[in-house]
Design a protein. Structure first.
Ligand code: Z5A
Length: 216
């Protein structure tokens, strides 16, 4: 008998507040997967390289303004542009390490006035669902110690605290997506090791079908 191989790649999503180390850890997880002989690729949202991504970039850099709902839909469109490609890669056996996705989309927009969680979820319903959300958890105070905030639109303490609260609400949704919390205040190597053990478990549990996000 040959050992059963995963029939498709795994979709790993890293989420968390600003400065928690998502970018650092996405690179490290990608390297670990490749070193283990697992085909993998990295992805991040917003993808600032596409035409929607350029509009988003100028909004984040505050060189343009946009209605709160319009920018929310653009962030979602920016993910939908990649949806087919994500499914194709997974089915071809390539795992995806993704830096932010729909949960960031909802957590940030629903931290604004007059935008509730459900309204914010609606445009992302049906996107390819991740196989797990690896949430790099730390307080906003600890995150601030990593060099303060930059100049982009949402990089302010009050906003970041609300976003963290929204992430907690999203982690409790009964949406069939597993959340794994990692203490992001550890050293980079410790965080990397925690993520690697989660990734290995996830790889073992991958189901053949790519699920759709937030579909009942
Ligand atoms: N946004 C939205 O509104 N709607 C959406 O749908 C989506 C996003 C997808 C841009 O995101 C903004 O868009 C973001 C959310 C919103 N707004 N904000 N605020 P982005 O992904 O482009 O943001 P970013 O700037 O790439 O990520 P980040 O959050 O600032 O950083 P990070 O990726 O989490 O962390 P890092 O770059 O890996 O590390 C930060 C620093 O900490 C760096 O100096 C590291 O060397 C250091 N670091 C990392 N790990 C450690 C440990 N363990 N110990 C000590 N120091 C560490």
């Amino acid at each position: 008998h040959s050992t059963a191989k995963p029939t498709r790649g795994a979709f790993f999503l890293l989420e968390g507040v600003d400065r928690c180390g998502k970018t650092t850890q996405c690179q490290r997880l990608l390297q670990r997967l490749l070193q283990a002989g697992i085909a993998a690729t990295a992805m991040r949202f917003p993808n600032r390289t596409t035409s929607t991504g350029q509009l988003i970039d100028s909004y984040l850099q505050q060189t343009s303004n946009m209605d709160d709902r319009a920018i929310h839909l653009l962030f979602s469109a920016n993910r939908w542009e990649s949806a087919d490609m994500i499914v194709e890669q997974l089915k071809a056996g390539t795992s995806i390490v993704c830096d932010r996705y729909a949960y960031s989309g909802v957590a940030f927009s629903a931290s604004k006035d007059n935008m509730d969680l459900e309204w914010c979820q609606a445009p992302d319903r049906g996107l390819p669902a991740p196989d797990c959300v690896i949430f790099l958890d730390m307080s906003t105070e600890q995150a601030e110690e990593r060099g303060g905030y930059g100049q982009e639109r949402y990089e302010k303490r009050e906003m970041q605290q609300r976003v963290r609260q929204r992430f907690q609400e999203l982690s409790q949704l009964d949406d069939g997506v597993q959340w794994k919390f990692v203490n992001a205040a550890q050293t980079m190597d410790q965080v990397e090791d925690d993520i690697w053990s989660i990734a290995q478990q996830t790889l073992e549990q991958v189901q053949p079908e790519v699920r759709q996000l937030w579909q009942s």
